[in-house]
Write a protein that binds this ligand. Structure first.
Ligand SMILES: Nc1ncnc2c1ncn2[C@@H]1O[C@H](COP(=O)(O)OP(=O)(O)OP(=O)(O)O)[C@@H](O)[C@H]1O
Ligand SMILES: [Mg+2]
Length: 314
């Protein structure tokens, strides 16, 4: 293992920038992520999340700026970084014609030179992640949730200090996602591993210690979920249930005193400058159009509201 350098941050970047031709995929990114933190990296498609991860893993050279991972320089010490990190890429490469155990054997041997240590770690993972009965099954035959779990196992079999996970739960069912997150929390809390996770699932973002929101390569918010919510959502939010959601949506979308309105199932989330006056405006509009108000109350913003608000605002 590479020695761990004294550095309070697991990950730090300074003016990290990457261009592809005219596209600035990552634009002047400054991040500091403490050891042991669960950091959620959010942003719409094409925002620059995977590009950031690739630079942090020492796979892609920055165009400008730089950073450290585990105390090692991402430009000059990529080989040392590879020894302290695990990386589960967006389309992680499991070998579909290898069994569960053979996949784990491959990845453990990639990082650990000593055969017996590799075998020991692999057995430990098979045990703790519950692969016992699937050991000899081809990975191609696993369900989506188990494939992701195996991909995670392959990324942590060498016990990295810092783990990069690029959309680890994309496309798997809610129960499998919970299971995967339980494993991630265990890695963070009991092994002290720093997690850098990208996700499009807002309830997962809500569970991170810190989240960064990237938009067109720029970091537009970075803090704990509660601080981001209170800082970003300086406006207030109302929840409306009514007799005609479509009509209400159309009316409110056009109303000048309403900042934003979004449909959530059979409810509308309405962003207003101030809850009490906003509620009066909404009631007046609904009365005027003959829409019955079943419920209208102020609610706390979720990370999803913040995500939508930041994306629209930018
Ligand atoms: N190798 C490349 N060559 C050219 N352009 C690239 C390359 N890799 C990424 N890009 C561009 O950089 C931008 C950021 O892409 P990136 O894959 O980092 O986004 P992302 O946030 O991971 O998106 P998603 O949520 O869809 O995974 C996009 O405009 C993308 O087209
Ligand atoms: Mg990506």
């Amino acid at each position: 293992m590479a020695e761990r350098r004294n550095n309070e941050f697991a990950i730090e970047t300074h003016h990290l920038t990457r261009r592809f031709g005219h596209v600035v995929a990552v634009d002047d990114l400054n991040l500091s992520i403490s050891r042991g933190e669960v950091f959620g990296f959010l942003g719409p498609n094409g925002a620059g999340k995977s590009t950031t991860i690739r630079m942090l893993c020492g796979i892609l050279r920055p165009s400008e700026g730089g950073g450290t991972v585990g105390g090692f320089d991402i430009v000059n010490e990529p080989e040392k970084i590879k020894r302290v990190i695990g990386y589960m890429s967006q389309s992680f490469g499991l070998y579909s014609d290898l069994t569960v155990e053979e996949n784990l054997a491959f990845y453990s041997r990639l990082y650990l030179r000593d055969w017996s240590v590799a075998k020991q770690k692999r057995e430990a993972i098979i045990e703790t992640m519950g692969f016992g009965e699937y050991r000899d099954q081809l990975s191609a035959q696993l369900s989506g949730g188990w494939k992701q779990r195996l991909a995670l196992a392959c990324a942590v079999v060498h016990e990295p200090q810092i783990l990069f996970l690029d959309e680890p739960t994309a496309g798997i069912d809610p129960v499998s996602r919970r299971v995967l997150w339980d494993i991630l929390y265990d890695l963070s809390q009991n092994k002290g591993i720093t997690l850098f996770v990208t996700t499009h699932y807002m309830e997962e973002a809500e569970r991170c210690n810190k989240i960064g929101f990237i938009w067109r390569g720029r970091l537009v918010a970075c803090d704990s979920p509660s601080v981001i919510k209170s800082r970003t959502m300086t406006d207030e939010l109302l929840n409306l249930k009514c007799s005609d959601i479509q009509k209400a949506f159309e009316l409110l979308s056009k109303a000048p005193d309403i900042i934003d309105v979004n449909i959530y199932g059979d409810e509308l989330h309405i962003v207003v400058p101030q809850a009490r006056e906003g509620a009066e405006t909404v009631r007046r509009l609904m009365d005027g159009a003959g829409v019955a108000v079943h419920m209208l109350e102020p609610i706390a913003a979720s990370i999803e509201d913040v995500f939508v608000s930041l994306s629209r605002r930018n």
